[in-house]
Design a protein around this ligand. Structure first.
Ligand code: ZN
Length: 196
């Protein structure tokens, strides 16, 4: 475990892309907003690239928040896998022809939940920073999030089911909250015991 508390939010750049685990206090701090003018800077673009890179080796990893790579900034990335899983409509005009079956990763900077459904259901979740625990968390079935994309453009995205759950889980990370703080029926399922 490394302690990033004495570094700037960009301190991670000297480390390899490593996903911090639940004991690390960086996961318990409130992340800071990214100044919009800095979104296009090499520093922020590197953080986003590192987050995408960190997701690659994890087949079950559908999203990641910046604190999970030790960066206390309000950014999360949703893997294109989510859209494949949910078969949601996505505007991926930029995805390469060779990846036509894969949706591109979506980047959310300074996200705010602008709408939440009254309906909440218990949904099973896990976390790349809480290996290998799983539990049920009560989540709104629908949410709407307003954020900036990686080019600094403001957008709003509505979500239901898995993507709605992901939005709530990732925004919790930006506030120093882990799913195990709210979960019931938490159990350990090491990789050999499930096929995620
Ligand atoms: Zn997580």
């Amino acid at each position: 475990m490394h302690d990033l508390s004495s570094h700037s939010p960009y301190g991670i750049m000297i480390f390899m892309v490593h996903i911090v685990q639940k004991e690390d206090l960086v996961l318990r701090k409130k992340a800071e907003e990214v100044p919009v003018k800095e979104i296009s800077s090499p520093k922020i673009q590197k953080v986003i690239a590192d987050m995408k890179k960190a997701l690659v080796p994890h087949e079950d990893g559908v999203a990641i928040a910046a604190p999970q790579i030790g960066v206390l900034l309000r950014i999360f990335v949703v893997s294109g896998k989510v859209f494949d899983i949910e078969a949601l409509k996505d505007d991926d005009e930029e995805s390469a022809p060779s990846k036509k079956k894969r949706h591109k990763d979506l980047v959310f900077i300074n996200p705010h939940i602008t709408k939440t459904s009254k309906q909440k259901v218990w949904m099973t979740e896990g976390c790349l920073s809480v290996r290998w625990l799983y539990g049920d968390v009560k989540r709104a079935t629908k949410t709407e999030v307003r954020a900036y994309d990686e080019r600094g453009k403001r957008f709003t995205r509505g979500a239901s089911r898995l993507l709605s759950q992901v939005f709530q889980h990732e925004i919790d990370h930006l506030d120093g909250v882990l799913f195990i703080d709210k979960a019931r029926h938490v159990e350990e399922l090491p990789p050999e015991k499930h096929d995620a």
